[in-house]
Design a protein. Sequence first.
Length: 488
Amino acid sequence: MITIVLADDEKLIRAGLKKILLDSIDIPLEIIEAKNGEEALEFCKEKKPEILITDIRMPVMDGVELMKQLSELDEKQKPAIIVLSGYDDFSYAKAAIQSGALSYILKPVDKKELISAVNSAIMNSQKEEKEQNEQKFRQIIEKGRLDDVSGLPEITIKNGLRCIVIYGKNPIQAVEAVMHDRRYYVVEQTRNSVLLVYPFDGVEVKYDPTYLDTYIVGISGPADDYSMLRTMRRQARTAAMQSFFDAETGMMLERQRRGGLYYWENDTHISDFTQLDEGYEKMISHCDIASPEEAQKDVENLFNCFNDNAKLNSETLCYLYRKITSNMFTRYPGFTDSDMYLHIKSIMIENIFEFANLPEWQSSVLDYAVYLAALLKQDTKESPYITEALAFIKTHFKKNINMAMVANQVSVNYTWFSEKFKEHTGVNFNEYLKRLRIDEAKKLLEKGCYKVYEVAERCGFSDVKYFMKIFREETGMSPTEWSNKHIS
């Protein structure tokens, strides 16, 4: 529904303009008539119309003053303005333009010119509303909560929302081709993927089979609450991950992954990834003390987590992908931030759907881990006590340890140890210890079964308030917010 305030002091002119609009505009309109600028201003403040059509010459308050008053309103309250005037006077046109008028139309009004101006205003309004709602959707996904739902389209309990993720070359073309006149909102977009949300009208989106040869489309289950957006995004991505597995056997595809349409099926799902967490943690924490051969073995063992159920495999892969892309690339900043090979490799790994199949992606993860292990191993040749120190820290970081204690443990001068430790890890001892503890806290919080003070104690923080402060500084959110964000 588009609301239009129509301001003119002549009743017959208002009636004629109203009839033209109702007969010619093919979307629902609410047209509110005002006989002067003062009345129009009140309607604009109260109704917040998308469009104001106003005459220049009116009693009580003319169109120029009306536009001036509207220019002082909050940006969200300002309508698109179309000015009507019986005077071909440049000064009026200039005043209208300076006040932000979209169009200036001379009386007697040309019907085609009016319709064109109103349609243009409607398109601008819908585009602006769409962009504002897309931004709200992004905020909801980022924060995991709803701060402001004003302006968002209403959701019916019957049909609700859907999330769609599309992977492939120039995916926005596929979106435009299949959504047609449906209302949809682009929430995330990269060069080869797009995530959108759309109000589900009960009719499934129809995809041209030729598109499905080229694109992978994952569709979430429905939801009737905007707070479920993050969950729906995960469902859509998980559904798309099915393309890496054989639909019948559930085994990893050795050949080209399959394009097509994949739906999230809301029945049996994995809720416990403890075994995968343990395998991942062994791989990543072992990396800086393992040989390249041991690093390779750790990665191979990690990818043995896939079973023979395709649907559950897609959930496992989605979880593993999130672990690797959110943790692996930041674990050793002294190397990953400066080494070009690791940087390029991390970008490749993040673009998982550009790989022909899962073994190829696994091979890329393996290359990253082995190369990183080799760098770390080479760096410790001159300082072998660093390897011993790292192993000690990883075994005892949950306890009350400090750098003097660790330097003592490896029988190295405190100052010398401090310098060499930072050279190797890229951060000082306290920062390294803090990151280990925060990483452990994240894992415990994601399980959703520990209170915040219990997490603090299990990670080596003796003061829960200090833990909460440090956690927010590192992650940008409280421990509770992190837990809520990641257990959905």
